[in-house]
Design a protein around this ligand. Structure first.
Ligand code: ADP
Ligand code: MG
Ligand code: MG
Length: 249
């Protein structure tokens, strides 16, 4: 599904990613861990195609196609979803209406007509039931006065509605409490299938008690310096990141 080859990227002339290789197949869950400043969020942003980031070497393939020249929006339409660390508040626009617009814009980009209202309602009902999201929440103004947990619920709802092929969840800086962690984890566990893939970025091992990854990768100074099975996350929890840095010298 996703194949990253020798990716080098910089922001404002500063080199951040220094040769990332990563392959994610359908049905897999990958966790990316690593100390603060190692480049985790940058990697997520580069995969999603955010403009500020310059790819200087290497490339990214998604579903067999090079996507390096595509804008963020086009990548989203192809099925790449990146969670928002700092969601915008839109007073007067409900969670549901925001989602309806997002879905219809995606359809428009693919040359499809708007989703019939009846189908839209059915989709909203299905997904909100799956995720145990109540009606009241769906009619609230987007992100206005949302708690950390509610922001996460909204994000997971968006992921459920858009049914991405690749979901990238960057949980590093969002100050997740245990409730929010559970919301994210339950959502991911319910939404994952053999046809999609999830990349979870975190420096909390705790999240990975709930979302069990197939692979764990450690990012350090812009490179993946270690990959392993889920047990690697426990090892990191116990020993921190210093031993990995030492192994590198
Ligand atoms: P992580 O998510 O692992 O904490 P980041 O990808 O956020 O790491 O950051 C990696 C490095 O890149 C840091 O030194 C950070 O200051 C720098 N960086 C990231 N984004 C920007 C930006 N937009 N402008 C300037 N520096 C940035
Ligand atoms: Mg950071
Ligand atoms: Mg980060």
């Amino acid at each position: 599904m996703l194949k990253i080859n020798n990716l080098h990227a910089s922001v404002e002339e500063k080199s951040i990613l220094k040769g990332i290789n990563l392959e994610v197949k359908a049905g897999e869950v990958h966790a990316i861990m690593g100390p603060n400043g190692s480049g985790k969020s940058t990697l997520a942003s580069v995969i999603a195609g955010k403009e500020e980031y310059e790819v200087s070497e290497g490339n990214i393939e998604f579903l067999g196609e090079e996507i390096d020249e595509l804008a963020a929006e086009e990548r989203a339409h192809k099925g790449i979803f990146l969670s928002f660390q700092y969601p915008v508040e839109i007073p007067g626009v409900s969670v549901t209406n925001f989602m309806k617009t997002a879905i219809n814009e995606t359809r428009k980009a693919k040359g499809l007509d708007e989703m019939p209202a009846k189908d839209m309602l059915k989709l909203i009902r299905e997904k909100s039931e799956l995720l145990e999201i109540d009606r009241k929440f769906l009619s609230r103004s987007l992100n206005e006065g949302f708690s950390g947990g509610e922001k996460k619920r909204n994000e997971i709802f968006q992921m459920a509605m858009l049914e991405p092929k690749l979901a990238i969840l960057d949980e590093t800086d969002s100050g997740l409490d245990i409730d929010a962690l559970r919301i994210v984890a339950n959502g991911v566990n319910k939404l994952k299938s053999k046809d999609n893939a999830v990349v979870v970025i975190t420096h909390y091992q705790r999240l990975l008690d709930y979302i069990v990854p197939d692979f764990v990768h450690v990012l350090h100074n812009g490179k993946i310096v270690k990959s392993g099975p889920k047990e690697l996350a426990h090892e990191l929890e116990e020993k921190g990141y210093d031993w990995i840095k030492q192994e590198l010298v």
